[in-house]
Write a protein that binds this ligand. Structure first.
Ligand code: ADP
Ligand code: ADP
Ligand code: ZN
Ligand code: ZN
Length: 759
């Protein structure tokens, strides 16, 4: 056989017999140095191929190239279930996992741009005798000593702790354990220096100071077991010592929650959030210190750097500018370098991770993306495409899981997975060019051919919920009336202020609002859709009744659980400094239960068999009405393909949001807020979602979505469009009205793209 360049069969990444999750013996070859886009309905098996097979094997092979002593410190990857995965190159996985909750990580540190700015200050700032590390808030020589470089500090909130309209005897101290008469209360009530019947509001300045921060005398406390004397300590100092400064990991969840109610977090009072000590902040370039630079919007910082002409500084300034240009090019120019990465959305995190690689000159890598268009307005998708092409043209292989037709359009090669989800998916239903996909007889082909549907009649709102003069983040005194009883889409480019206005200001000012976000579900590693929806109790009862055993036997938290993995089905190994590694449990083969438990059957199935049923299959297996009702809610939110026993930790952000929504469907008169609910949804799944949202509205609820998906936007009753651009250039309401009016009258980026889409 003669191998010619560019022949995928010989030169590509070869996968043979892949069987992870729902994959049905999938074999395929992917061309190198090309962009391959993986399409298909949610749950069809795209991630199982790209992440669970290709990425895992590539990491495993890469780790195998290191010497043993390094290898021992790397996460262990299990060989994916496949006959062979060959001809791989080193992987770079750019996913939507948050960049890390580490409070020391900022946009500047994560992109390394902050170190360039530090170098610039060290060489060029005045005074010029500083060391580079003096400007690092992660270095003891540079950090603010008050907040240790975190910029934030937590403190007791006096207004929350105390009710000034009351006296001590009336219960002015709101802290837990300080109710009238308790020993903690007596420290003040029996001090002899504070009148227990005087309202706190009437205290003199001296009394107030003594109450909050006094010390230096003793007070006699009376308890059941007798009286004793103890040192007086002001109420704020005492709560700070015992509540705020205490290592909260040592107290119970309940105590922690009780304490948290009286603590506020805010900018450090010493450095005002700048994170650095006064010496570091004294150095300036053109009148601005490094904290001023860091808090500037990136697009503005680029202009500041461009103005630097000094020959000493120019090379450093140019390097920093090039890096910042890349951040702006990917549509993140509205961020600032001091922005904590823990506050970034999944889409922002992914794009920022991408920036790290754009400057690199490495070639011959395999870049792997998970729906990179998430959170992007159609305007910014064009920029994203340019970057994906740039990676390819630099000599890399680019693999992308995507639903957005505009991203699919740039593929050199498409792999369409289907035909449906879960057990009805797991096959390659099409591979080839995008043109071919457009004529293919698959769900994706159909989706791409589908005519644009327009809505002509819009529901009449039943009322409005106001937001007045909002100024959080970039909002410019925004006032808007959000209509009730209809489906509203909040639109605008990334950074325009949609989440700030809706997920923060609106949600906080209108109590009772249900905000269904994509964040992780706080749950144990044993949680599954069955436990989350409360299906396990009725299922266990059914097993117990039918087999004459104890219901508890069928719980993977109890005696029936596999002792090797404690009912998790996998062994979780915690590693210092790294993500924990999970490996298959050989004892129960992932079935979570002891063999004895599995011998008890309900209608021919063991508990493990039942947990392997998809939600859809389970609705036929179970005839009991309450169970079926809950299962139907999973189907209604488009999660029919999930098995009852799939660990919640393996769900994507979009799936998490939909399962949360599934527990909420019975309400009426509720206001729902959803942040990009189409995340992870195929074009045909978007229809299911729209049906669901419309059902919610028809039941008398209000639904507000933050969306970029043009189908959802034009199927809404009302649009609130923010802009005109991101960051400082955003924060204004550009348009409110029906989609029909947006199309015909509005001057906005959203209107422009909607017109283009319909053309
Ligand atoms: P896609 O990426 O196309 O949305 P996935 O590859 O994530 O689909 O999922 C394919 C099927 O495998 C689905 O039925 C899903 O529920 C199942 N699945 C995915 N991850 C796991 C897992 N870790 N354990 C069990 N089942 C899984
Ligand atoms: P959108 O939802 O439209 O993408 P956001 O509401 O997330 O926009 O952001 C609007 C502006 O507010 C941006 O300039 C963004 O950087 C800023 N911003 C958002 N969240 C925070 C935060 N937690 N801290 C500081 N600035 C923020
Ligand atoms: Zn500080
Ligand atoms: Zn086990």
């Amino acid at each position: 056989m003669s191998a010619t360049a560019d022949t995928p069969e010989t030169d590509g990444i070869r996968i043979t017999g892949a069987r992870e999750n729902n994959l049905k013996d999938v074999s395929l070859t992917l061309p190198k140095n090309k962009i391959t886009v993986f399409t298909g309905v949610s749950g069809s098996g795209k991630s199982s191929i790209v992440f669970d097979t290709i990425a895992v094997e590539a990491q495993r092979q890469l780790n195998g190239t290191f010497p043993a002593f390094i290898r021992n410190q790397l996460p262990k990857y299990e060989r994916p279930r496949a006959d062979a995965v060959e001809n791989l190159t080193a992987p770079v996985i750019v996913d939507q996992k948050p960049v890390g909750g580490n409070a020391r990580s900022t946009v500047g540190t994560m992109t390394d741009i902050y170190s360039m700015i530090r170098a610039l200050f060290a060489r060029y700032g005045s005074p010029t005798d500083g060391l580079v590390s003096t400007y690092s808030f992660n270095d003891p020589r540079g950090m603010c000593p008050e907040c240790d470089g975190l910029g934030q500090s937590v403190r007791a909130d006096v207004d929350l702790m105390l009710d000034k309209s009351k006296s001590l005897n009336e219960g002015a101290i709101r802290l837990p354990n300080y109710s009238v008469g308790t020993p903690d209360w007596q420290l003040y009530g029996n001090s002899g220096k504070l009148d227990p019947d005087k309202r706190l509001a009437d205290y003199t300045a001296d009394e107030w100071q003594l109450f909050l921060h006094g010390s230096g005398f003793k007070v006699e406390l009376k308890t059941k077991s007798g009286a004793y004397k103890t040192n007086y300590e002001g109420v704020v100092d005492r709560f700070t010592r015992l509540g705020v400064k205490r290592d909260l990991s040592t107290v119970s969840e309940r105590t922690r929650e009780a304490i948290a109610k009286f603590i506020t977090e805010g900018p450090c009072t010493s450095c005002d959030g700048a994170r650095l000590n006064p010496t570091a902040l004294a150095t300036k370039i053109d009148g601005r210190n490094i904290a001023d630079w860091s808090s500037m919007q990136i697009t503005d910082l680029i202009a500041v750097l461009a103005a630097i002409t000094d020959p000493v500084a120019t090379p450093l300034a140019t390097a920093a500018r090039t890096a910042l240009d890349r951040v702006a090019a990917i549509g993140l120019g509205y961020l600032s370098l001091d922005r904590a990465t823990s506050t970034l959305s999944g889409g922002e995190s992914q794009r920022l991770k991408l920036v790290r690689h754009l400057g690199s000159t490495l070639t011959g890598m395999t870049y792997i993306f998970d729906e990179p268009s998430v959170g992007l307005h159609p305007r910014d998708v064009g920029r994203l495409n340019d970057l994906l092409r740039a990676l390819r043209d630099q000599g890399n292989t680019v693999l992308v899981v995507e639903h957005d037709p505009d991203v699919i359009a740039i593929a050199d090669h498409v792999v369409d997975v289907g035909p449906k989800a879960g057990a009805n998916g797991g096959e390659i239903v099409y591979q080839g060019t995008v043109a071919g996909l457009r004529t293919a007889d698959t769900r994706t082909g159909e989706g791409l051919r589908r005519a644009v549907r327009t809505k002509t009649t819009f529901r009449t709102p039943t009322g409005t919920l106001p937001v007045r003069d909002a100024t959080l983040h970039n909002l410019k005194n925004v006032s808007v009336d959000v209509p009730t009883g209809v489906l509203t889409s909040v639109t605008g480019v990334a950074g325009s202020g949609k989440s700030t206005l809706i997920a923060e200001v609106f949600v906080k000012t209108h109590e009772g609002t249900v905000y269904v976000d994509q964040s992780a579900i706080a749950a144990s590693s044993r949680s599954t859709p069955a436990t989350y929806l409360g299906l396990m109790d009725p299922i266990r009862t059914l097993f117990a009744k039918s087999t004459g055993t104890a219901a508890s036997l069928f719980s993977f938290n109890s005696e029936g659980a596999c002792p090797e993995c404690q009912g998790r089905g996998v062994i979780i190994t915690e590693l210092a400094y790294m993500d924990p590694v999970t490996t298959h449990c050989d004892a129960c083969e992932g079935r979570r239960f002891k063999d004895e438990v599995l011998s008890h059957k309900l209608r021919g199935k063991s508990i493990a068999d039942v947990l392997e049923l998809t939600a859809e299959e389970a609705t036929t297996f179970f005839t009991e009405a309450p169970l079926r009702r809950k299962l139907r809610s999973l189907i209604e939110v488009g999660l029919d393909y999930l098995t009852l026993g799939q660990p919640l930790s393996t769900l994507s952000g979009g799936e998490r949001q939909r399962i949360k929504l599934a527990t909420q469907l019975t309400a009426t008169g509720t206001v729902y807020v959803l942040d990009e609910p189409t995340t992870g949804l195929h074009m045909s799944d978007v229809d299911t979602l729209l049906t669901l949202l419309n059902t919610l509205v028809d039941k008398g609820n209000t639904v507000i979505v933050i969306e970029h998906n043009l189908d959802v936007i034009q199927q809404s009753d009302w649009i609130i469009d923010l802009g005109p651009d991101g960051g400082k250039q955003g924060g204004e309401i550009i348009f409110t009205g029906t989609p029909a009016d947006l199309l015909t009258t509005a001057e906005s980026l959203t209107a422009e793209h909607l017109r283009h889409y319909r053309a």
